[in-house]
Design a protein around this ligand. Structure first.
Ligand SMILES: CC(C)CCNC(=O)Cn1cc(-c2ccc3c(-c4nc5ccccc5[nH]4)n[nH]c3c2)cn1
Length: 263
């Protein structure tokens, strides 16, 4: 493949490493998301190893709810990643467009189920995503979840610090205190995600960072009246301080709230 095989369209956003463009493969007219990485930038920020490991991870993780890396190629200055195009774009924009900025229970349960299934698949390959939040979720043409951006995934177990770029809202207690952690961090993030889907904001959001830290450590969750008990039951089984007390993903997928609402 070469860049001449594609017609480049509008920019789709700025990923961690580079720019992503809508593009179309000329002969098949197939739409894709083309990510351009500048070798010079990768060398400068010593990210080339990280990118190669991500390419390795994404090539092996094939799942209907994980955005696939279709292929990649490079020329003298750039690496080109041919990523699946998710036609309905970023989930967090879809969330913001909802009345009251929150999803209905059926829609929330459908997404929670699909993210749980995608994470279960990642964990089979000992890959922890660590960065599950609405910004890293896309929707395909049929409104199904596509888990993207493995910018922070690592192989379990790990205690690699996650530099605090972006929100702390999704950090589990063990990562806040820099302790060793394993794939159960993704169980916690799924609980935060489910809360945000139903409420429209994450559970520990505070104006000051240290308050967010404190609320995470104390697992200080408050549910607005409109959040009904079956959903509270699931969230409370995921937002547990002790990672071993958190509900495993297979149990999330068969939880009564998920099963009754998503169908
Ligand atoms: C190093 C390498 C293996 C990393 C591979 N993973 C990524 O690059 C993660 N990543 C995916 C994207 C991305 C961003 C946006 C889209 C889109 C998309 N569709 C849209 C529709 C409407 C509005 C915006 C849209 N973005 N489809 N596929 C995408 C893929 C950006 N970074």
């Amino acid at each position: 493949w070469s860049i001449n095989d594609f017609q480049i369209g509008c920019p789709l956003g700025r990923g961690k490493f580079g720019r992503v463009y809508l593009a179309r493969e000329k002969s098949t007219k197939y739409m894709i998301a083309l990510k351009l990485l500048y070798k010079s930038e990768l060398v400068k920020s010593r990210l080339e190893k990280q990118v190669l490991r991500e390419i390795e991870i994404q090539t092996h993780l094939q799942h209907p709810n994980i955005l696939s890396l279709l292929t990649y190629f490079y020329d003298t200055n750039r690496i080109y990643l041919v990523l699946e195009f998710a036609a309905r774009g970023e989930l967090y924009k879809h969330l913001q467009q909802q009345p009251h900025g929150r999803f209905s229970e059926p829609e929330a349960a459908k997404y929670v189920y699909q993210v749980a299934d995608a994470l279960r698949h990642c964990h089979l390959y000992k890959v922890i995503h660590r960065d599950i939040k609405p910004e890293n979720l896309l929707l395909d043409a049929r409104g199904n979840i596509k888990l993207a951006d493995f910018g922070w995934s690592v192989h379990a177990p790990s205690s690699k610090r996650k530099t605090m770029c972006g929100t702390l809202d999704y950090l589990p207690p063990e990562m806040v205190t820099g302790r060793e952690y394993d794939e159960r961090v993704d169980f916690w993030c799924l609980g935060v995600l489910c809360y945000e889907f139903l409420v429209g904001r994450p559970p520990f959001e505070s104006s000051q960072q240290e308050d967010t830290y404190r609320r995470i450590q104390a697992v200080d969750v408050k549910y607005p009246d409109h959040v009904r008990s079956p959903a509270r039951d699931l969230i409370s089984k995921l937002l547990r301080r002790n990672p071993f007390d958190r509900l495993p993903l297979t149990d999330v997928m068969v939880h009564s709230w998920v099963v009754t609402q998503k169908a």
